[in-house]
Design a protein around this ligand. Structure first.
Ligand code: ADP
Ligand code: MG
Length: 240
């Protein structure tokens, strides 16, 4: 479903991604962990077409992302949830969720609203349809952002540290929604340091450091018996 072949990305002299090869199968749930600055966001942004690799190929469902196909392919396959929610502040919850289905996917307003209410139920916030983002808690805003991503009905959901901007007491409500989603056939790539989530949901955990994918494995094995010294050191810091 997602394939990266020798993907490199530099910003000026700074090499942020170094020859990344990655294959995520349809329906697979992958979590990516790694220190700040290791290139996790850049990696996920390359999948989502928000960054263009300096070298190498990104394929979505077998189709090559190019300068020309990018917009079409990303809109056909990917939805993303950001650390900072990125809801449109001047729009109601319902308008936020129906925007892409109406404007980009050319659904009728009635259809888009039906889908929106369905996913508001999934995230437990149907009663907030008319509310504006600023009146919601961080946890609620992120659940709305997830509903908005789901309403596009894309096959791939990308999450970039979806709980790290939240107050601690709101983390679990967002994780609970993500755990519920993980039972669906949707393909998920999640950058997160929530190890409980990774253990419970991930088919595969990948450790990224300094622009390379250092090590990966199924969570039980990965957490209990990391093979690489850098992985062990990182895990001992975050699991402390
Ligand atoms: P992570 O998400 O793992 O913290 P990022 O992918 O955000 O890492 O960043 C990796 C490195 O790339 C950092 O050193 C960051 O400063 C740099 N970087 C990211 N985006 C840009 C950009 N648009 N321009 C210049 N440098 C960037
Ligand atoms: Mg990041």
């Amino acid at each position: 479903m997602i394939r990266l072949k020798e993907v490199c990305k530099s910003f000026g002299n700074l090499e942020v991604l170094k020859n990344i090869c990655l294959h995520v199968r349809e329906g697979e749930k992958v979590t990516i962990i790694g220190p700040s600055g290791s290139g996790k966001s850049t990696l996920i942004r390359c999948i989502n077409g928000l960054e263009e690799p300096t070298d190498g190929d990104v394929l979505l469902n077998g189709e090559l992302l190019t300068h020309h196909s990018r917009t079409y392919l990303v809109r056909s396959y990917c939805a993303m949830v950001f650390q900072q929610f990125n809801l449109y502040p001047h729009m109601s919850v319902l308008a936020n969720i129906t925007l892409a289905p109406v404007k980009l996917q050319k659904k009728s307003r009635a259809q888009a609203e039906e889908i929106a209410y369905h996913y508001l139920d999934v995230v437990g916030l149907r009663d907030k349809a008319a509310a504006y983002p600023a009146t919601l808690s961080g946890g609620q805003q992120q659940r709305i952002a997830i509903a908005r991503a789901l309403a596009t009905k894309q096959k791939i959901l990308l999450f970039d540290e979806p709980t790290s901007a939240l107050d601690p007491e709101m983390v679990q409500e967002v994780l609970d929604v993500m755990i519920r989603l993980s039972r669906e056939s949707i393909t998920m790539v999640v950058v997160t340091h929530e190890m409980g989530f990774a253990r419970q949901v991930a088919d595969r955990v990948i450790f990224m450091d300094n622009g390379v994918l250092v090590e990966e494995g199924p969570p039980a094995e990965f957490f209990e018996h990391p093979k690489n010294e850098r992985t062990s050191v990182f895990l001992s810091k975050i699991l402390r």
